[in-house]
Design a protein around this ligand. Structure first.
Ligand code: PMP
Length: 296
């Protein structure tokens, strides 16, 4: 799909408290965040004009900054308001939104504390391209050669730019080999997550998902656990060995961008997306719709 470069679009980006024209939302090449990965971000979606679980995303952004030893110069309330303003100013109803916070360009060496923290928020249309039927064919995943690092190696609970280096390497390698994405093990060899989404496995009415003790505990993941239980599934969070995957019938990924995406293959393991995936795709689609006043 040919699409306009990200820096060539029209619209408004919220940048340090002001709305600026899309093409003017620029930073200097000597930015600390660019050289040393002192950058955290969010990925959130608006459905029907409202960002799903906005406050949770905003709180995660602020918490990610703190894990990288910096404080965002705006309150959660101010960031929420800025996100709503970005939707409104760009006339967006169903959209993907990217808040980002980073250390600026006052100094360029390893220490970061003398740099100002900046925040920007952009949003654009990013629909789910696939129908439920199309999705139910499932995507094919390759095993990544990279491992999710220990929490003693990096602040692994943060949604931080630096944690994506191995995700990009893994995803690009998978795509070059004709796969949709890669599944990563963690530093102990347990099943961890895909490059931008969490993973679930289903057998009958039982669902198992890896314990998020060294990777992002996705907001979609948490939503799905709750929805699956409400739909009569048992959900267990535990460490999983890759060899166990042969025991499961269905598999799916969850994430703000991925929503609920069934998986048909992981390396040599095969899954057949079926009723459980369908039920959870539908339950998630219903859950993300904004709750309007009962009178409407
Ligand atoms: N893991 C990684 C590495 C991700 O990038 C994402 C997407 N933010 C997720 C998991 C899922 O998180 P969420 O459901 O909060 O979007």
């Amino acid at each position: 799909m040919a699409s306009l470069a990200m820096d060539q679009r029209e619209g408004w980006i919220w940048f340090d408290g002001e709305l600026v024209p899309w093409k003017d939302a620029k930073i200097h090449v000597l930015t600390h965040g660019l050289h040393y990965a002192s950058s955290v971000f969010e990925g959130q979606r608006a459905y029907g004009g409202e960002v799903f679980k906005l406050r949770q995303h905003t709180e995660r952004l602020i918490a990610s900054g703190r894990m990288l030893d910096f404080e965002l110069p705006y309150s959660a309330h101010e960031i929420d308001a800025a996100c709503r303003l970005v939707l409104e100013k760009n006339n967006l109803v169903d959209a993907y939104m990217r808040p980002v916070a980073w250390r600026g360009s006052e100094e360029l060496s390893v220490p970061g504390r003398n740099n100002t923290v900046h925040v920007a928020i952009a949003a654009w249309v990013w629909p789910s391209y696939f129908s439920v039927e199309e999705k139910l064919k499932g995507i094919r995943l390759q095993w990544s050669k990279w491992k999710r690092p220990s929490p003693e190696t990096i602040p692994s609970a943060a949604k931080a730019a630096g944690l994506y280096m191995i995700c990009t390497l893994s995803k690009d390698a998978a795509m070059a080999d004709g796969y949709a994405d890669a599944l990563m093990l963690d530093y102990r060899g347990y099943v961890a997550e895909a490059t931008g989404a969490n993973v679930f496995f289903i057998k009958g009415r039982d669902i198992v998902t890896p314990t998020p003790d060294c990777f992002l505990n996705g907001i979609t993941r948490q939503t799905l656990i709750d929805l699956a239980r409400r739909n009569g599934f048992t959900v267990t969070e535990r460490h999983m060995q890759p060899e166990e995957l042969s025991q499961f019938d269905e598999c799916f990924l969850t994430g703000t961008a991925a929503e609920v995406t069934p998986v048909s293959e992981i390396g040599d393991y095969r899954f057949t997306p079926g009723e459980a995936c369908r039920t959870l795709i539908d339950a998630y689609a219903a859950e993300v719709q904004p709750r309007r006043a009962a009178a409407e």
